[in-house]
Design a binder for this molecule. Sequence first.
Ligand code: DQA
Length: 149
Amino acid sequence: MSTKVIVVNGPNLGRLGVREPDVYGHQDLETLRRDCTEWGRELGLEVEVRQTDDEAEIIGWMHRAVDEQTPVVMNPAAFTHYSYGLSDAAHMVTDAGLPLMEVHISNPASRDAFRRYSVISPVATGTITGMGFYGYRLALESVAHLLND
Ligand code: DQA
């Protein structure tokens, strides 16, 4: 039986392919969904890719991940930089002993000053930045590694 993993994407990531292609690339969320599903299959993970612009919804997904014992790969997008509510919810995931890998398509540390701090990194299992969509593959590999450890 394969282990379920949710790949959660925050605000404006539904606009991938259209939004700042120089920064985020030319591929859309559907492509990311297909890629993550395929990478998961290779790793024995059943991947479900989600996206929301709604802070309450993404927090609810963290609560459900705890209740259902589901590991998380998360690109919190702009919530990364200011959402203490999401930070607390992400903390509950790692507190429950579940992997939570933070991913950013770009390298926020090399961009605007407000992107240099993440409220998610201190509570995440690990963080991968600046590797484009490939970062999600690295995050899924990390989850598979952690689950096999
Ligand atoms: C992002 C980086 C964030 O600073 C930004 O707000 C995003 C995307 C990334 O994937 O590089 O929306 O998380």
